[in-house]
Each structure stands twice: as C-alpha cells, then as structure tokens.
Design a protein around this ligand. Sequence first.
Ligand code: PA5
Length: 449
Amino acid sequence: MLRYETTGLYGEGLLEGDSFDRGEISLAAERLQARFSSGELGFVNCPDIDPEAIEAWAATKLQEGWTDQVVIGIGGSSLGARAVLHAADPEHLRGLRTHFAENLDPETVDRLFSGLDPRTTLVVVITKSGTTIETMSQFWIAWRMIADAVGEEASHRHLVGITDPEGGELRKLVERHGWQNFSVPPNVGGRFSVLTAVGLVPLALAGYPIAELLQGARQVRERHAADLAGSWGMAAAEHISLMREGVDELVMMSYADRLSMLVDWFCQLWAESLGKARNRRGETVHVGITPIKALGVIDQHSQVQLYMEGPRNKHVTFLEVERFERDRVVPVSPALPDGLSHLQGRRISEIFAAELAGTRAALRREGRPTSRWIFSEISPRTVGSFLFSWQMITAMAGELLEIDAFDQPGVELGKKIAHGLLGRVGHAEFARLGQPAEEDLADPGILLL
Ligand code: PA5
C-alpha cells in the first residue's frame, strides 16, 4: 500500500493566500479527463497493457542463453526502467544482468562497452524519436562491437528496437533489418512511458515482475481516477499554491536507498513537464517548481541545514518505508559508553525511523511545508502506484497551470545546435549559433590543474 499525507495547504493549512478553490480544481480535472477521453493522452491507459506477451518473449530470451542486456536510451527512455530496477530487491531478480548506457561521458561509455561479452549480450535500444544523438551514437558502437564479434549476419539477433511505430530513423533500421521490436504508443510521451514497452521490456528481461508493477498502477488508478479533483488534484493544487507563495522548490527526500532513483525519475518528470515559458494561450508565464533530490539520512548531514534555516522556498516530501526486507540489531554491550547506550538492542530500521521522524518534526516546527509518501513496503505494486500517482499529479499540475505538460520546447535549441556543430545536414545555421560569443571569449572559464 502507498499513502500520501500532507501538512501543507489542504492538510493542516500552513499557507494562506493565492490558492485554488475546489471549483478550479474540478475544471482542471474535467479538462484533463477530456484529453484522456479523446485519446490525446495515452499514459492513463498504460496500466491496462497486457504483460503476458512481453513476459513470454522475455522468457524465450532467457532460455536462449543470453547473459546480459545493454539498455541504450536517455531521459524518459531510460530513467523509468533504471529507477524501478534500482528499487527491486536484487535477490528477487532472475533475469539478464542489466547495464544502462545513458550518459555520453566518454570514460563511462568506453568502460561499459569494454566490459561486455558481445557474444551473449542483447542490445535494447530505446528512442521514441529515433534520432537522439546520445542513444544512436552509443547504439552504433554497440552494433559494431557485436558485428565484429559474431559477424554482420548474426548480429541482427542481438538487436531489439523500441521506438515510434511509424516514424524516425530507428524505425527505418528496424524495418530494414527485421530486428525484434516494440512500439512506443504515439500518444505517450517519453517521461510518461515507463509503463509501456520502454520500461516493461528491459524490466522483463531483467526478471522483474512487470505484471505486479502494472497491477499497482491499476489499483491506485481504480481508487482515484473517478475523482481527479480529489487526492491527485489536491496534491497538484497544493504544490502550485505553494509555488505562488514563493515555495518553488520541491525536495523529494527518500529514506530508502532502493527508492533513490525513483527520485531521479520524478525530477525529470516534474522539471520537464512543468518548467514552461508559455501557457496554452501563448502568454509568457515562466512557471515551474524546481525538483531537488535528497537522500535520508545522509542529507541530514548536508542539505537539511539549508532546509531548516535557509530561504522559505522549499517543500520537503518524504518517501518513507514501513517495512524493510532486511535489518540488523546494534549489539548489546557493556562497553558502550552511557551516551550511546540507548542505541544497543535497537534495530537499524528503528534508528532510521527515529532520524526520519526527527527531521520531519523539526521541519514542521520551523513551519516548513512537508508531505509524506508512505510505502508499506518496497514492492512492484507500491512502486507502480507511486509512478502512476506522480504522472497523474504532474498532469493535473499542468492543467492547473494551463500549460502543456507534455512537450519540451526548451530542450530543442540545444539539441539542434549540437547537431549543427557535429555537421548534420541542414543544420548549418544552428552550427553558427554554437560558435563562442564575444562574452564567452572574454570569459575563458577556470582551468583546474
Ligand atoms: O520525456 C521526454 O520526452 C524526454 O526526456 C525523452 O524521453 C528523451 O529526450 C529521449 O527521447 P527519445 O526517446 O526520442 O530518444
């Protein structure tokens, strides 16, 4: 089970002022519902995907003797599967060893591809557009590596493409060479696609129970979808109301290492969806709530000082776990000095919980807005319901802000300039934009030794 509790606007009423009334939230919910009904937004239907075909396909791959998969993708085409897999108990995974090729750091890329056995590695390349530089350049390296090891003809068996059903360069390659492939539904955007083949295929190959993940998403949808203006709408309204009061940073602090990558997934979803220059009417608005990743308890010794005493611009939402799979007890020992004797006989989970309770209470006493996501346990079902809930809250937040939460115009210019600098046909104009400006030349930066 997953629970959300808040001490904010709609909970204990920490803030007053420019907030939404229930009518506005209901109108936003109606607009979102209309987008679902017209088929414009498909992510709401992803929990209904039948996992059996993917599971059966993954099972045949396991029988064929593959040992590893390298999953090549970036942003929404990578983060979901990475986060879910990171949240899994490694002892429960019985599938392929999984490596993610995401960042283009040359050392990381070289280390990853040098360490793989090309004879037994599947290459799962994921890009909805089919043209993403980071993904396709690494894919080319992977394919060459495989072809050099097993021959051009046999290399095709190693390749799995996940992309748009019709358009894009990867789709052309898939069709030309007859590679195994899966489609990303055209009405599901990258950061909303974890519950499509984008997330499900690599997870199934890793031996993750995707049916339970989908079930968790379905269950939370059944509970809340009939009333979008309810919990999800309230949570979205709370964050936006806080933003309007100057609380425009949302810290997600997970008190579980296994949940820490879900925070990365959330950061991308929240930042790319809600950080927008214009609203749907074309007016300049420059809205957004900056997501910040924190990890308990480590960040109690780092960021929490800032959250307690720094600017009053942060809402801290905690990811809490009620029941851990493993635990230890601090041994009872007469050698422990008096000042530490209260620790003996305590479970690590108890100490962890006390640290969390202390931080939460301290922030609340300081009048800092907080909220809690409570995982009864870290399971595929609670993770699925977390993912789906945040997708819905993000979509509701977009409606309340009257922006398009599903595009990302702000990342396009940088991509085009990069293509231009690399000499892509038709991009000369962007290559010019990428040349150092006068102020860059005047400021050469700081060269470290
Ligand atoms: O959420 C998004 O749309 C982006 O983060 C994309 O997922 C990311 O840019 C990768 O795009 P693509 O799947 O086209 O390679």
